[in-house]
Design a binder for this molecule. Sequence first.
Ligand SMILES: C[S@@+](CC[C@H](N)C(=O)[O-])C[C@H]1O[C@@H](n2cnc3c(N)ncnc32)[C@H](O)[C@@H]1O
Length: 279
Amino acid sequence: MVQTLPFDPNFDDCAWTDAWLYVPVMQLVPGVYPAFTVHSWRISEADLCGQVIRLNQPLDVRGLVLRDGRLWMSDVPQERLMMFNNAARSRGRVLVGGLGIGLYPQYALPLAEHMTIVERDADLIPVVEPVVRAAAAHYQVPLEIITSDITETLEATDGGDYDTIFLDTWETLDPVNLPAINALRDRAISRLRPDGTVLLWGYRWMLRLFQQACEQLLALSPIERRNMLDAARRERPAVGTLLGPVAAYLDSHDDPNHDEAVAWYMNYILRARLEDTPR
Ligand SMILES: C[S@@+](CC[C@H](N)C(=O)[O-])C[C@H]1O[C@@H](n2cnc3c(N)ncnc32)[C@H](O)[C@@H]1O
């Protein structure tokens, strides 16, 4: 019997497909809500994971803007592509960390038997829930939406186990998040049914950025490496903390072998764990 991996770090949710273009999504109703405003606009060009594409037809998009003017989330093509790719790997009993604007649930519901969504922000739920409920009713999938922190749900000993756990609760695709995301990943793996899968938004993207930073370190002399790390520690201590062990590994080898260094830093980043909330 072939066993599937509970988590595949090589799965790239940015991988190009145009399939998402043919799946209609229900969108949020524009307007002013107590904690944010939902804006609507049209785009004819989009940045998809670093690649700019022109759309055949203008696309109506929604963005959720906070009181301080920050765009919190949106359903622009990159979000749709990434949610679609994660949904395409989903099945069975599904647990979702982060309701967001309800894109992933809409793409994943046709493949789900049951879906539980855990959302921390109580203000968001009344705005997004109607859209996700309508999709669940359409596909006749039982749906639960719980106001809570996903970490608590994953730590609870009661409650069902899952075939798919999709987590998307961090705000940016910054590799400094990886150790905290890994801790969440491992908790999620322990809640899977046999052959279940954990999916993590943008994980491959963050790994790519981490690899690029390591390749930069590898190309430097020990003195240049130390200077770069000192500058990183001053400007963004989290970057220094993340890359410190990589620099220490390279410093301990006179003439580091490239393949061995790659194997070392990949093993390091896939195992690094920090019991902090990702942000
Ligand atoms: C980027 S959005 C998710 C987008 C969503 N995947 C979609 O398809 O629209 C992140 C969501 O996670 C929620 N969130 C952040 N931290 C959380 C936590 N610890 N537990 C539960 N939800 C959380 C945020 O309030 C937000 O709704």
